[in-house]
Design a binder for this molecule. Sequence first.
Ligand code: ZN
Length: 202
Amino acid sequence: MDQEKIGKFIATCRKEQGLTQAVLAEKLNITDRAVSKWETGRSLPDAAIMPELCDILNININDLFSGERIGMDQYQEMAEQHLLEMRKAEELTNRKLLSLEVVIGYTSSITFLVMVFVASFVEMPAWVRVLMIAVGASAFAFGMTNCLKIEREAGYYECPECGETYIPSMKAVVLAPHIGRSRKMTCLYCGNRAYHKKVLTK
Ligand SMILES: [Zn+2]
């Protein structure tokens, strides 16, 4: 065991956690002189406080003895990094989908309004008038259906009561009163009925 290496490692981890020697000592119920002794390689922590020390420093016993992060821990870190990247990718996708929803919503609504406006105020045969309103209404219905689909599928709804996130049924989305992107729905986990906020990731 390389006492000096372990000492430096403890110091590095302690600083990573934003702790002073005094604060670490207090957490472990020992003197800060003891912490100083470990870090300068003059002594090793007692076996009895090692688990708690590792816990505070966010390392495992193997790391502590090796004086560096090794094995499983590196693996874990990489897994966490990957999870973080996946989360970011999901967030970006959902953000794009929700922007697309806004575009579809406005385009179909404006199409509908223009068609109705033209059909109402421009001279034309009656059947053209009917056709224009029908086309406008179809565009509107098509747009709204897609908006609701995106609204349901992009991201999740978060229950303020139990904190769970979920994707509601299409029916629940259609029937729910909404303020912005928050919809009044029943939580699939705890049954709480309230305005549930849209979140981009779990
Ligand atoms: Zn809930």
